[in-house]
Write a protein that binds this ligand. Sequence first.
Ligand code: NAD
Length: 320
Amino acid sequence: MVSLAGKVALVTGAGRGIGREEALLLGRLGASIVVNDLGGSGEGAGADARPAQLVTEEIIRGGGAAVANHDSVADPAASDAMVAQAIEAFGGIDIVVNNAGVLRDRMIFNLTPEDIDIVLKVHVGGAFNTIRAASRWWRKLAKDGREVTGRVINTSSVSGLFGNIGQTNYGAAKAAVAAITQIAAMELGRYGVTVNAICPTARTRLTTIGPVGGSDGDGRAWDPLAPTNVAPLVAFLASDEASEISGQVFGVFGGQISLFEPWHASAEIRSSTGPFEVCDIAARWRELFPGGASSFAAPEMARVRDDVAAALASAATATS
Ligand SMILES: NC(=O)c1ccc[n+]([C@@H]2O[C@H](COP(=O)([O-])OP(=O)(O)OC[C@H]3O[C@@H](n4cnc5c(N)ncnc54)[C@H](O)[C@@H]3O)[C@@H](O)[C@H]2O)c1
């Protein structure tokens, strides 16, 4: 049985959707939780203290320990304060789950500067801010000779890895989150910290996947798109059992966990006489595309959609 007893976790955006389920599961496994949520709309407008408060109360009702935080992860000082709140309330911080997110989906020609700015500030800024704050604490502990089992679990997206029309701002932010994951893992490993990321797929207010799946009540044995399906991977990555895993990006939905490979060179041409001349490239570029060239299209995204459709169909037939 995996236990998080004695651990302290900050879960951002934990008032709703995927983050809520992550906070509840980490709490059930024994971690003390700082439940952060700004409580605004899906596009990032406004604020509301209730979502974080309700999840905090639910954890406490279940016998766990939790405190609410209502600030924005886009604010570096507020993120420092979230980590300070964990240390003050529970004596330290062991786990950071960067989950808070907003969407401003538009075709690139329709994006306002604010649509770009808020998405980058929440997803990329948010990950930078909390990791920076927590890693200072972990680095100090390590330098004082204390044992550190720091865990960061970021939330990326297949949109950032494979591309999705209407999401240049969001995809760029989520690709950056994957890069932060890989590089922070390299930087923090020596201090006893692992950094990984998930790319979840779940039915929340941010997704337009429904109502194909309906909800638990529509005759399925189980719901492949329930946000509860995502939390066990996050809890595992937060645990001592996952100490060997760092710098990795996982896909997760339903009953499926995938390991995504990072960018790699799939073909190469080399000049034997020094730098390429333009005319040499013009003569040889087809060697880079043995299967024929086309503009970038993401077959992986189609595969993700096929997987989701297949999981929904199989969960439906399981009950019929
Ligand atoms: N649902 C999916 O299929 C899916 C797919 C890929 C990635 N994601 C990512 O998963 C994460 C959770 O999304 P969700 O689908 O559960 O959406 P959600 O809207 O249900 O939850 C996001 C939460 O983040 C909070 N939040 C937003 N901005 C914040 C800020 N600045 N500071 C603190 N809290 C803030 C919101 O109030 C909300 O409660 C996001 O990062 C999202 O991009 C979701």
